[in-house]
Design a protein. Sequence first.
Length: 468
Amino acid sequence: MSGQQPHRPVRTNRPARRRLFVELILWMVGLGLFAGIVFPPFVVLLGVPTELAFSPPFYAACLSAGLLVGVFNFLVTCRVVRPRVKMLSEGMQRFRQAMVDEEGPGVAHTGAAERFHVPVDSQDELGRAAESYNRLIDVLVSARRIEESVRTFSNTLASQLDLAPLCREALGVMLARTGALAGALLVVREGRLECAASYGLDDPDGLVGRSDVRHALEDLKTRQVESPSGVLLTDGPEVFPREMLLLPLEGKKGGMGMLVLASLSSFTPEVFRLLDFFRQSLKLALQNALSHERLGRIAAMDSLTGCYNRRMGMERLTEEFARAVRNGQPLGVIMFDIDHFKPVNDNWGHLAGDRILVQTARTAEHVLRDGDVLVRFGGEEFLIILPGAAQPEVEAIAERVRAAVASMDLRDEGPARVTVSLGAGSVPAQGVDSAEVLLEQVDKALYEAKAAGRDCVVSMSTGEAIRA
């Protein structure tokens, strides 16, 4: 068609590939022939007769000699230079092939660089080229080693969302990759710095109170502490590290944690390069684990009272029951609910009822022991799990809860006074072989307390009300 434009080949700017040794022989032969051409006029200047210098046989001899010298020079160059250039080329090809084929991961192994080194047997440009090539191989192998380490590290962390095992695995990888003898991973949880994982340190919790750790976390600057005082390793008696490395981890709102590594020798620049790559993966993994922990805590909590919800409470009760049976230890349980709570909502409104629920939960928590668990079981009903508490102690704690709730000041909430009824029980007990059976027995004791007039404690073992 007349409107069509003729096809034009696409032109590229890539230069044609040159053959060095072909050019070299052309130059050497050309220079030899040039020397053969200019030699007869030159010898005339030295007094050789013109007839002899420009005779065909002499001219032919000069040209032949020049040609032979050029060819000989080329052969000498091929004998001396070409093997070294070929050695560099073949070394590069072997390394390139190792990087792209199935052997690629093996390139990152210790000692792999030496397999691709070429000998340095001269002190000229070729020798310097060989040295530069070997250094380049070392850099590339080191980069591949770092890449493999970071990939393995990231995959390890990505498979773990629970904070404690994540920190243990991360610290283990850090110690193995950096050659450090001991270390710890500190994490900011609920605004407080705490040790989440440690290895090889005599007192890892003591790191939290160190001024250099706090300053590094505040200004987010890496610190190298030589011969740190107060840091003792567990590898033998009175072993102190030569250097301690503090690597802060920056979160969205400032410092979120701190990696502490201790070594009997100084850390090398390669360790710092490796840690720079590891730092980002570790930060992301910690952020995910902390977010997962917060979400899990939110899902486990009752939004009104801040206690565990029923689902989480039943999980804890099952776990504690199994632990008590396994260790042969007692386990106490208290169930209580607020007496006549429906009239409170009807007469003073649900907001007043919510405030009474919150104050009742806080009052009960205040008289419990460390490690006891308060659960909002449903509505105005609560469950208390008491690890290690036998029946007499369970009854005593139940009475403290009853008395504390009865003495609450509720003048601003509506009713002048509220009371609770409580059922108390513990294992081991006859016929109680599961957490569900224990809960049924304690719930039965709670209803017996209501039938006995409320504002009292009924023991699961006796079925009798305990009054002050």
